[in-house]
Design a protein. Structure first.
Lengths: 291, 369, 264
C-alpha cells in the first residue's frame, strides 16, 4: 500500500489507472466542460458573441429560427424507428446464429460485424450507388422496362431512416448474441421438460434472459442514430436535417462555436436520459453487453 | 388403471445411442415397475446420463424403443412426455420467483389461475418451503433450491420422475438428510423414480432396484442387497466395495459348495448358485468387513484361513482398515480387512504383525465375469 | 418437433439482415471492375481503376497519413487502455464505478458531440494547431476505452494465481509484470490492437472535425471525392480496398490468434 493524497492505495493503482485518468481529465472532461461553458456564451446565429453568460442560446434554439427543436424531435423519432427495425431484424439474426450456427458461429458473427469495420463513408456510398440516381437499381429497372423514368429513392426521410438502419444494424446483433450465448442451456432443456413448447420457451425463458442484450443493443444503435449526421447529409441531401447535421453545420460551416455548443449540450442531455432509462430497464447487464 | 399397472411403468428395449467416436448406450434392456425407485448406477462416462436424457426426450435414440406404460414414445418431444427431469444443477429459472418456478409447468396446461395457486401452495407446503414464494433462487440455500426443483417437477404429477444425480452438489450431511427426504416424498406421493448416480451409497440407500452400468452396457440388475452381497462381475464387485477379488477356476464341487483354486495358488471354499455351472465361475469376491483377522496360533478349523502379515493400517474412527499380505500365494496377494472399531481397538494390531486372515464361505460371492 | 413456420420467418429475417448489410457493398465491389467510368452500364472487366489508384500520389499520400495516425493511435491507446483495464479489474477503490462510467463516456456519446467539443477545446482553449497531433489525440480518446473493455472482458478468464506464484518465488513487481502479466495479457492486447487499428484508419467524423489543412487522411480524401463526384468508378475501387483490406487483415490476424491460444 502506498499513500496517495493521504489515502491508502494499493501500489499498482497509480501506474495502471493514472495514464488513462489523466487522459480522460484532459481530453474528455475538459472539452466537455468547455462546450458546456461555451453553451452559455450568448451568440446569435451569425456568430457574434456578446459579453457575459446567459441562457440566451438555449432560448434561441428552442424558440428561434434554427429549427433545432424540430430537429431534435425528428432525430428522436428516426432513431426510435431505426432502433425498432434493427431489433426486428437483429434479434432473429443473433438468435439464428446462436441456435443454428454450429461450427460456423464465429464466421457468421464475423460476417455481421465486418461491415461495421469498414469505412462509414464507404458503406453510405455503396448504398447511394445502389438506390440513387444515377444508380444501379434505377438503371436496372429502366433497362428491364419496369419503369419509364427514374424513381427518386433518395433524399426522403424514408431513405434516411433506411440508411440509418443499414448502418447501425451490426451493433444490435452483437450484444444480443452475447446474451443469448450466456443463457445456461440446462434452463432451456428444463423448460421443455416441464411442458413448454419451443414457442412458449422463447417467450418465458429465452427472451427475458436476453433482456440485457436487447438494451445493450439499443444503447449501441439508438444513440449513434440519434447523433448521426453523415447519413442525413449524404442520403437526405439538404432536405432532411437531423440534430447532428445542425451541430456540424454550426461548428464547421458557420464556425459558430457557441450555438454549436448549446446544441451539443441539448443532444447530450437526451443521450444521458436514454442511457439512464436503458440501465434502469435492462439492468447493469446492458452495460456489460456493450463490449 | 389396473390394466396399466400390469405393464411396466417404463420399458427400454435394445436402446442404442452413438456419439462421434463412442457408443454411449450399447443395447440396453430394462423394465421399471410402478412406484419403485430404480437406480442406474455407474462411473462417469458409462452412459447412464445419456439413457436418462433419452428417456426425458432431450436426446434421440439411434435404435431401440422407449415405452412409458406400453406406449412408444421415441418420437414424442419432451414437452409432451409424461415424465419430468430434476437436473443435476437444478436449472431453476433465475428470473422467476420460487412460486413462478413451481407454477411454470402448470401454466402451460391452461389450468385456471386460482387452481394453479392452490396446487403450488400445497406443493410448497409439502416441501416445507412455505413463506419462500416470493424469493428468487439465488436467495435460497442449496437444500431449499433442491426442494424447489423437486416441487417444480412433482406438481405436474408425472408418471415417472427422472433424477440426474440431484444430490451430487450437496455436502455429506445434507446429502444424507436429503436421501431420507427423497425416499419419504417418493413413498408419500407414490411416484416412480428413475435415479441416475455414481454414488453407490445413495443407490443402496434409496433404491428398490439397482442397475449397474459400464461402458454403455448393463452389468447387473438386482435389489440393493443382492448387488451388494452377491455381485456377479468383477466390475460390480469392485464398484460396490467388495475389493478382495480372487480369480481362479473351480476344481471341485458338491452341490452348492465349490472349491476354487486361484491363480496365486490359494484354495478357497465358496457357495455358488444351484443353477450356475462351474464353468461360468471365474472367481470369488469378499467384502473387507467379512474378513476376520485372528492372531496366529488360533487352532480352530474354519473355512478359508490364510496366514499373512499386516503391511498397512488406516484408522478412520468408526473402523480400522488393515492391508494383509497373505503368505500362501505365489505372488503378492494383498487382502483388505475392515474391522469395526467397537470390536477391535486401534492398538490391537500393528504393522508387520503376523496374523491369520479368514472368512466364511457364506461371506463371499462367486463372479461370472 | 420444431415449429416450422416460425423457423422459416427466423431464417428469412436473418438472411434479410445479411443481404442488407452486404448487398450494397458487394454490388460496389463488382462495379469497381467495370470498364466504364461513369454510369452503370456494364462494359467489360478491368482492373485499370486499381492501377490508376496506386498511381495517384494524392491518394497514396493520404493512405500513408492514415497509416501513420492509425499506428500511433493503436500503440498508445492499446497501451494505456490495457493497463487501465488491468487496474480496473484488480483494484477496488472509491470512485471505481465513476472511473468506469467516465471511460465509457466517449464511446457512448455520439461522435458529433465529442468531436465538436474537442474542436472547441483545441482551437479556443489550449490553442493547439489542428493537424496530426490533434487527430491522434482525438483518436486515442475514443479508442483507449475500447482497449479497456476488451481487457476487462478477458481478465476474468485468466488465472491470476500465476502472478502470485511469481511474487512468491521472489520476483519483484516489475519483473512479474514483464515476465508474467504481459504475456498473460497478450491475447487481450492483440484483440484490442486488431479492433483499434481499422477503427482509426477508417474514421471520418472525428478526423473531419479536428484535422487541419494538409492532413488529409484517406477517408477525408474519399469525402472530397464524393463531393465532386469525379470518376465514381475510381471511388468504387477505393471503397472496395477500404472494405477488403481490414476485413482480410482481421480474419488473418484472428486466425493466428486462435492458433496461438491452442499452442499455449
Amino acid at each position: 500500500m502506498k499513500r496517495f493524497l493521504g489515502i491508502k492505495t494499493p501500489a499498482g493503482i497509480l501506474p495502471t489507472l493514472g495514464p488513462i485518468s489523466v487522459w480522460i481529465a484532459l481530453f474528455v472532461f475538459a472539452p466537455v466542460g468547455v462546450i458546456i461553458y461555451f453553451s452559455f456564451l450568448p451568440a446569435d446565429t451569425a456568430g457574434e458573441i456578446a459579453a457575459g453568460v446567459s441562457l440566451k442560446n438555449y432560448w434561441l434554439l428552442l424558440t428561434g429560427d434554427t429549427d433545432y427543436g424540430n430537429a431534435i424531435l425528428r432525430s428522436v423519432l428516426y432513431a426510435f424507428i431505426t432502433n425498432m427495425v434493427c431489433l426486428a431484424i437483429g434479434y432473429p439474426t443473433a438468435y439464428w446464429i446462436a441456435r443454428y450456427g454450429g461450427r460456423f458461429k464465429a464466421l457468421l458473427l464475423f460476417l455481421v460485424i465486418a461491415p461495421s469495420w469498414s469505412c462509414y463513408l464507404v458503406r453510405i456510398y455503396a448504398l447511394k450507388q445502389l438506390v440513387g440516381y444515377p444508380g444501379i437499381l434505377n438503371d436496372f429497372f429502366l433497362h428491364l422496362g419496369l419503369i419509364s423514368s427514374p424513381i427518386n429513392m433518395l433524399y426522403t426521410p424514408t431513405a434516411v431512416v433506411f440508411g440509418l438502419i443499414y448502418i447501425w444494424l451490426p451493433f444490435m446483433v452483437l450484444p444480443i448474441y452475447a446474451s443469448l450465448e450466456g443463457i445456461n442451456p440446462a434452463l432451456l432443456e428444463a423448460s421443455l421438460d416441464l411442458g413448454a413448447s419451443p414457442g412458449w420457451q422463447f417467450w418465458t425463458v429465452t427472451l427475458p434472459l436476453s433482456k440485457g442484450g436487447i438494451f445493450g443493443g439499443t444503447i449501441l444503435t439508438f444513440i449513434p442514430a440519434l447523433g448521426d449526421w453523415l447519413v442525413p447529409l449524404l442520403i437526405g441531401g439538404n432536405k432532411v436535417w437531423m440534430a447532428g447535421n445542425l451541430i456540424q453545420h454550426y461548428f464547421i460551416v458557420r464556425g459558430n462555436l457557441a450555438i454549436g455548443s448549446s446544441m451539443a449540450v441539448i443532444l447530450t442531455a437526451a443521450v444521458v436520459l436514454l442511457i439512464y432509462m436503458c440501465i434502469k430497464l435492462g439492468g447493469e447487464e446492458a452495460v456489460e453487453r456493450i463490449v | 388403471m389396473e390394466e396399466q399397472e400390469l405393464l411396466p411403468c417404463v420399458e427400454i428395449r435394445n436402446l442404442v445411442k452413438k456419439f462421434p467416436g463412442v457408443i454411449a448406450v450399447n443395447n440396453i434392456n430394462l423394465k421399471v415397475k410402478h412406484r419403485e425407485v430404480f437406480s442406474l448406477l455407474g462411473p462417469s462416462g458409462c452412459g447412464k446420463t445419456t439413457t436418462l436424457r433419452i428417456l426425458a426426450g432431450l436426446e434421440t435414440a439411434d435404435d431401440g424403443e422407449v415405452l412409458i406404460e406400453g406406449e412408444l414414445i421415441n418420437d414424442v418431444p419432451p414437452y409432451r412426455r409424461d415424465c419430468n427431469l430434476v437436473f443435476q444443477n437444478l436449472a431453476l429459472f433465475p428470473h422467476m420467483t420460487v412460486e413462478e418456478n413451481v407454477a411454470y409447468g402448470l401454466e402451460r396446461k391452461r389450468i385456471p389461475k386460482a387452481e394453479i395457486r392452490k396446487r403450488v401452495g400445497e406443493m410448497l407446503e409439502f416441501m416445507q418451503l412455505d413463506g419462500m414464494e416470493s424469493r428468487y433462487p439465488v436467495q435460497l440455500s442449496g437444500g431449499q433450491q433442491q426442494r424447489v426443483a423437486l416441487g417444480r417437477s412433482l406438481v405436474l404429477k408425472p408418471k415417472i420422475l427422472l433424477l440426474d444425480e440431484p444430490l451430487a452438489a450437496l455436502d455429506r450431511k445434507l446429502r444424507k438428510d436429503m436421501q431420507l427426504e427423497l425416499k419419504r416424498i417418493q413413498q408419500e406421493v407414490g411416484i416412480t423414480f428413475f435415479y441416475v448416480t455414481h454414488d453407490q451409497k445413495v443407490a443402496l440407500a434409496i433404491s428398490d432396484t439397482i442397475a449397474v452400468m459400464r461402458d454403455g452396457k448393463l452389468e447387473q440388475v438386482a435389489s440393493p442387497e443382492e448387488i451388494y452381497d452377491s455381485p456377479k462381475t468383477r466390475f460390480v464387485a469392485d464398484f460396490m466395495g467388495a475389493t478382495n477379488i480372487f480369480l481362479g477356476r473351480v476344481i471341485a464341487r458338491s452341490g452348492e459348495e465349490i472349491k476354487l483354486e486361484t491363480e496365486t495358488g490359494l484354495k478357497i471354499v465358496a457357495l455358488a448358485d444351484k443353477e450356475s455351472s462351474s464353468k461360468e465361475i471365474k472367481g470369488v469376491c469378499v467384502h473387507p468387513e467379512r474378513i476376520n483377522v485372528l492372531p496366529t496360533g488360533t487352532d480352530v478349523k474354519m473355512d478359508n484361513q490364510f496366514k499373512g502379515r499386516i503391511v498397512g493400517m488406516i484408522y478412520q474412527g468408526d473402523f480400522v482398515e488393515l492391508k494383509i499380505h497373505l503368505f500362501s500365494s505365489k505372488e503378492d496377494e494383498i487382502v483388505t480387512a475392515r474391522l469395526d472399531a467397537r470390536l477391535s481397538r486401534k492398538d490391537s494390531f500393528a504393522a508387520g504383525q503376523e496374523v491369520i486372515g479368514q472368512w466364511d464361505k457364506e461371506g463371499s460371492s462367486t463372479l461370472q465375469g | 418437433m420444431k415449429s416450422l413456420r416460425s423457423d422459416k420467418v427466423l431464417i428469412v429475417l436473418a438472411i434479410g439482415g445479411y443481404l442488407l448489410l452486404w448487398g450494397p457493398i458487394i454490388v460496389l465491389g463488382i462495379y469497381s471492375f467495370n470498364n466504364s467510368a461513369f454510369g452503370v452500364k456494364w462494359e467489360s472487366l478491368t482492373t485499370k481503376w486499381y492501377v490508376e489508384l496506386f498511381h495517384t500520389s494524392a491518394i497514396m499520400d493520404s493512405v500513408l497519413r492514415s497509416l501513420l495516425i492509425a499506428s500511433v493511435t493503436t500503440v498508445v491507446a492499446t497501451g494505456i487502455g490495457t493497463i487501465a483495464g488491468y487496474g480496473l479489474f484488480k483494484y477496488k477503490f472509491a470512485g471505481r464505478r465513476f472511473l468506469r462510467m467516465s471511460i465509457l463516456l466517449p464511446i457512448t456519446v455520439p461522435y458529433v458531440i465529442m468531436a465538436g467539443a474537442l474542436l472547441v477545446y483545441f482551437t479556443q482553449i489550449i490553442h493547439f494547431p489542428l493537424g496530426y497531433p490533434t487527430i491522434i489525440i482525438a483518436h486515442i480518446s475514443f479508442s483507449a476505452p475500447l482497449a479497456v473493455f476488451v481487457t476487462l472482458g478477458r481478465m476474468q478468464r485468466i488465472d491470476w494465481s500465476l502472478e502470485e506464484a511469481s511474487i512468491d518465488l521472489g520476483a519483484n513487481r516489475l519483473t512479474t509484470w514483464r515476465k508474467v502479466t504481459i504475456p498473460l495479457l497478450l491475447p487481450a492486447i492483440f484483440a484490442s490492437a486488431v479492433l483499434i487499428f481499422p477503427w482509426s484508419f477508417n474514421d471520418f467524423t472525428i478526423t473531419y472535425f479536428v484535422a487541419g489543412v494538409g492532413t488529409t487522411t484517406l477517408p477525408l480524401y474519399l469525402y472530397s471525392m464524393l463531393q465532386y463526384s469525379l470518376k465514381p468508378v475510381l471511388i468504387n475501387a477505393i471503397s472496395l480496398i477500404f472494405i477488403i483490406t481490414p476485413t482480410i487483415g482481421i480474419l488473418v490476424l484472428s486466425y493466428f490468434q486462435r492458433e496461438k491460444q491452442f499452442t499455449r
